[in-house]
Design a protein around this ligand. Structure first.
Ligand code: UDP
Length: 330
């Protein structure tokens, strides 16, 4: 029997590249697509030359053509950190909205099942804690995060419309904070920010008083949850994340201990609309998918730190290696 074929958008990104690895190891033919604004080919260069992998350099906000059959589409193309939204706000809006529309059209045409990467950001600065899938959220549409949050909310609406109106098989994963090897060191997220600072001998920048919370999931656990959701028959959103909640202040102390840095914590202003707390309610994932995270934070952080230690000094000191200039005027 011919191999099943999957299209993964955002293939050169953090999560997309791990998905490519997973689907290849499961025996799929993988088509990876990325426009390389925030993605980096070094995340997938080990797959070049693999007969089960092909790469297409394409921006999914424009019409998407893929020849041949497709059984699954996973839409993971999007800037995904607050710093990126500020630098490329229009592209962030477009990839979540127009990009999703194009890919749903492709899924309909190919009779493929499509999974979209949604986010805990759909809950905004939540008034319900922990966040359950039935909570509708508290999002500021016109704030700096609005370009991401509203694109992702629109993406969910569009996906449900294709499911209900056109009968496309769809899956929606709401991803909570995730970390692991291949995160971009300079994307502004808290974990690479702290580890980068420790490795460069700089103080660790905690925003606000550090009392805000997050709940960090190791990438392998997340990928397992996504794989199970895709193979399930559940079309409604499912939270995937690790409910082990920690304040950012405590997290900084953990990184100081992990890296053995002699530096200290310094405090900076809290960015606008920064959610005060976040923790997934994963009851649904447990019941429907028999999934729960397996890697605890101390183990996950060790593995992630080992990855960052392999980076060169040049990579460590790069402040903006990604190629957004050519897109910014659009
Ligand atoms: N944060 C911080 N210092 C940094 C970067 C981020 O204290 O150098 C904080 C940020 O304000 C937020 C938390 O860490 O409260 C998580 O930020 P991140 O950008 O990783 O993810 P998100 O806010 O999207 O959950």
């Amino acid at each position: 029997m011919a191999k099943q074929r999957v299209l993964i958008t955002g293939a050169a990104g953090f999560l997309g590249s791990h998905l490519c690895d997973r689907f290849i190891s499961e025996g799929f033919q993988v088509v990876g697509m990325d426009n390389l604004i925030t993605g980096n080919l070094s995340n997938i260069e080990h797959l070049f030359g693999n007969e089960h992998f092909t790469f297409m350099n394409h921006d999914v906000s424009n019409f998407v053509h893929v020849s041949g059959s497709l059984d699954y589409i996973l839409h993971f193309a999007s800037p995904a950190s607050p710093i990126d939204y500020l630098k490329i706000p229009i592209q962030t809006l477009k990839v979540g909205s127009l990009g999703t529309h194009n890919l749903l059209g492709l899924a309909k045409e190919k009779k493929a099942r499509m999974l979209i990467a949604s986010t805990s950001e759909v809950y905004g600065d939540p008034m319900v804690h922990p966040q359950h899938e039935d909570y509708w959220g508290n999002v500021n549409p016109i704030g700096p995060r609005g370009v991401y949050d509203e694109a992702k909310r629109f993406q969910e609406a569009m996906t449900m419309a294709y499911h209900r109106f056109h009968g496309v098989e769809t899956r929606i994963v709401r991803i909570f904070n995730t970390y692991g090897p291949r995160m971009r060191l300079n994307d502004g997220r808290v974990l690479p920010a702290f580890i980068g600072q420790a490795l460069r001998g700089e103080d660790l920048t905690v925003f606000g008083d550090g009392s805000q919370t997050r709940s960090f999931c190791y990438v392998d656990d997340l990928i397992e949850g996504i794989y199970r959701l895709l193979m399930s028959d559940h079309a409604y959103p499912v939270n995937i994340g690790n409910p082990d909640e920690i304040t950012i202040g405590e997290f900084a102390e953990e990184i100081i201990k992990l890296t053995g840095t002699a530096q200290k914590v310094i405090y900076k202003d809290l960015p606008k609309d920064d959610p005060k707390k976040r923790r997934p309610d994963i009851t649904k994932a447990k019941e429907l998918l028999d999934w729960s995270p397996k890697v605890d934070r101390s183990e996950g952080l060790k593995r992630t730190y080992a990855y960052f230690q392999t980076l060169s000094d040049e990579q460590l000191n790069e402040t903006a290696h990604y190629n957004f200039e050519k897109y910014i005027k659009r």
